[in-house]
Design a protein around this ligand. Structure first.
Ligand code: ZN
Length: 196
């Protein structure tokens, strides 16, 4: 998605900061932005925070302690997706960018369920049953079984149990789904259909 470059007034020079912009996806070195601080907790020094402007798209990113908001959405765009799958995939990725990892995993699971049901599985099963179904249908390459085992070990829980997820959990699940989406939707849409 192309972003319209923003204009700002009163921009200040800041310490240079190199980061990957969560809006345009470019790795940039920014020297534009605003310095600030978070008031100290008891007897602790002020914590510096900054708002940096990306020199490419001029969108602002907040940097706190170990925090970048918005962060970079993991995964890549996949072509040939139906609109509802595309929206849910984007939402899962954007949840990670917003540090909402449990939300990302929940979106990812809903996505896996819709993909499996679209491929002929029954609604109402648990998350791992859908992963198994897709693997058994041949949508996971032979050397990708490690993924399925990994997800089985992560997803060893009841259907509706929700536990807090970490960023690596969310990123791994999104990487797995990106691979599935490419196999199921993107590659077939790029191969010319042979007529007998
Ligand atoms: Zn940018």
């Amino acid at each position: 998605m192309a972003l319209t470059r923003l204009n700002w007034s009163g921009v200040q020079q800041s310490q240079p900061r190199v980061y990957k912009c969560g809006y345009c996806g470019k790795v940039v070195s920014s020297i534009l932005g605003w310095q600030g601080s978070k008031p100290p907790d008891q007897n602790q020094p002020d914590v510096p925070v900054t708002l940096q402007l990306c020199p490419n798209c001029m969108y602002p990113t907040f940097f706190g302690v170990d925090q970048q908001i918005p962060d970079v959405a993991p995964g890549e765009e996949v072509q040939g997706l139906p609109a509802d799958v595309e929206n849910l995939y984007r939402e899962a990725r954007n949840c990670v960018a917003a540090s909402a990892y449990t939300g990302a995993v929940l979106c990812a699971r809903k996505l896996l369920m819709s993909i499996a049901v679209a491929q002929g599985d029954q609604p109402g099963k648990n998350f791992f049953e859908y992963v198994e179904f897709l693997a058994n249908k041949g949508f996971v390459p032979p050397n990708g079984r490690g993924w399925v085992d990994h997800i089985r070990s992560k997803g060893n829980e009841a259907t509706h149990e929700i536990r807090m997820m970490s960023r690596p959990d969310a990123e791994q699940l999104i990487t797995f789904i990106e691979m599935l989406l490419k196999f199921i939707y993107e590659f077939p849409s790029r191969v010319p259909i042979k007529t007998p």
